[in-house]
Design a protein around this ligand. Structure first.
Ligand code: ATP
Ligand code: MG
Length: 188
C-alpha cells in the first residue's frame, strides 16, 4: 500500500495584527510586477520539508516540542528579487541569531528524519509576488517593519483545483525574549 504523505514546511505564520502590517507592506510593491500572493497566506518559510510520511511527521513534531529557542525580533527593511524562482520578497539586512539557531535546529530534526533540507545559508524572506519575470527597475524603500517572532508553525501545503492552500497544523511558542516579558500566541 502506498505511504500517505503530506507536503509540509515549518514557517513563521503571522498573528492577525502582524498580518495586517505585512499586508500594508505588500501594498508598497509597485503594481504590475507579477502575481501578488494572497494576503491571507503571507508567511516566512523556515524549513521546507516536502513530502512527509506520518512517521516522519510524528518524529518532527516530537523534535519541535524539544526545541529550546528564544523569541526574537525580525526587522523587514528591504525588498529583494530572485531571478530563478521569479519572486519578489521583503527581507532583512541582518538575520537575528536566535532565528538562525531555530532554523538550524529544525533542519537537524528534518535531516534526522531522512528529509533533504536546503543547505544554502538561510535568508528569511516574505514572498510578495510570484512570476516576476525580470528584475524590477528600482524597488522603493520602506519604513522598517518589526516582526516579533514568538512562535513557529508546521504548515501543510495542498494543491487544489483553485490553487495551493496552506493550513497551519501545529504551533509552538518560543521562550520569551531575555529583554521582554511578552509571550507568543497559540493558534491551534
Ligand atoms: P507552488 O509550488 O504551487 O507555486 P508554493 O511554492 O506557494 O506553491 P509550496 O511549493 O508547497 O507552495 O511551498 C510552500 C512554501 O515553502 C513556500 O513558502 C515556498 O516558497 C517554500 N518552498 C517550496 N519549495 C522550497 C524549497 N525547495 N526550498 C525552500 N523553500 C521552498
Ligand atoms: Mg513551490
Amino acid at each position: 500500500m502506498a505511504v500517505e504523505r503530506q507536503r509540509l514546511f515549518f514557517a513563521l505564520w503571522p498573528a492577525p495584527a502582524q498580518r495586517a502590517a505585512l499586508s500594508h507592506l505588500a501594498g508598497r510593491v509597485p503594481a504590475g510586477l507579477g502575481r501578488p500572493v494572497s494576503l491571507d497566506t503571507l508567511h516566512i518559510t523556515l524549513v521546507f520539508l516536502g513530502a512527509v510520511s506520518t512517521e516522519q511527521r510524528q518524529a518532527l513534531e516530537a523534535a519541535a516540542e524539544r526545541i529550546n529557542a528564544p523569541s526574537c525580533l525580525l526587522t523587514l527593511d528591504r525588498f529583494g528579487y530572485w531571478r530563478k524562482p521569479q519572486v519578489l520578497w521583503a527581507g532583512c539586512a541582518s538575520t537575528p541569531p536566535p532565528l538562525l539557531h531555530l532554523v538550524a535546529q529544525l533542519q537537524r530534526a528534518a535531516s534526522v528524519c531522512g528529509l533533504r533540507v536546503d543547505t544554502r545559508p538561510y535568508q528569511p524572506h516574505l514572498t510578495l509576488c510570484r512570476k516576476v519575470r525580470r528584475p524590477p527597475p528600482g524597488l522603493p524603500g520602506f519604513e522598517p517593519l518589526s516582526w516579533p517572532v514568538a512562535a513557529f508553525s508546521l504548515v501543510e501545503s495542498q494543491t487544489r483545483p483553485g490553487g495551493v492552500t496552506y493550513t497551519q497544523r501545529r504551533v509552538w511558542v518560543l521562550a520569551p525574549r531575555a529583554d521582554s516579558t511578552s509571550g507568543g500566541d497559540s493558534v491551534e
